[in-house]
Write a protein that binds this ligand. Sequence first.
Ligand code: GLA
Length: 392
Amino acid sequence: MDINQLKTRFAEEFGGHQDVRLFFAPGRVNLIGEHTDYNGGYVFPAALTYGTWALVTPRQDGKLRFVSTHFNVKAECSLDQLVYVKEEDWANYPKGVISKLLTYPSISSSLRGADILYYGNIPNGAGLSSSASIELVTALAISRLVNSDIPMIELVQLSQQAENQFVGVNCGIMDQFAVGMGKKDHAMLLKCDTLQYDYVPFQANGYKLVITNTNKRRGLADSKYNERRSECEQGLLQIQKVLPYILSLGDLRYAEWEQVRGVIQSDVIRNRVEHVVSENERVLLATRSLKENDLISFGQYMLQSHESLRDLYEVTGLELDTLFEEAAKVPGCVGTRMTGAGFGGCNVSLVREEAVEEFKKRVAENYTLRTGFIPDFYVCEVGDGAKEITGL
Ligand code: GLA
């Protein structure tokens, strides 16, 4: 859908307006560092050029109206009535974000309502952060509509809070951060407890990032995600008995962990912690490889990451493991792993440019043969974080 079609649709839904503004927020792919964010560890995501666009105009009557070109459900409410309504489905994300924005006096004193039309091209429910994308595009659009200059990092944090508290999904900060703070041709090394970050050029010359969708839907809210979080919390408590200064698993170095792993009686919990601590180290090693332009080593860390998520953290499953195995077999694929929460969703692979067509063909054939699902492929570029698109 191009901007003119979007404007036409906007006029059909909300009437013609002169003063529409267009905002964009991407989806994200995590290159390495999975299930480390809520443990205060490192992640290494990048923003995609796929994303969500929001066409917005202010209103003066205290009403908010939300329409999407993708979903049939439309929502409408007044500014003082921002409550979660199950039937309103996707619209709870923008509602949650706006309710958080209204805690800022600069917003509550000047926001008088808005009409928003959303259009997006991130495959929904695939683990590429379509929710964080809707959240950040809304946060940016509404704050800029009232000329507020709340910094992006705060929009990131309030979007995560909206998802945790309003929508009720207990996610970490990675998705909102990547979507808000992304930078073209760069990945982001983020320490999730301090929010210290570093942009690392992602110029994989001669390689392509290929995302493969299992097309098995991933139910994050009612999945084993919360169970994993609480297993990590239990592990941390036990470690703190011998290392009281460790505040999060993300602060535990592998060498220290080797000394104390015996304090954890349960094999399951020990495995979960083993994953988090080793994954955290891998993120740093992989980042260093990328800085040295050593994509072969980077790819090796991706493979190890998947194996750890499969064997120790147990969040992969038949579809993701099949994609992993089939992708790894294709010559020219130097690294491959699941990305996001797991339990379905997507795989990300680093593939030599000239091998991409063969990769798609062989992975699709074998994956379908083994699972019955037909995969989708997105050969992607690393794009910018949330921004306004001017010059309509
Ligand atoms: C989901 C969550 C993130 C993160 C990943 C796993 O994408 O939203 O916060 O925990 O899973 O790395």
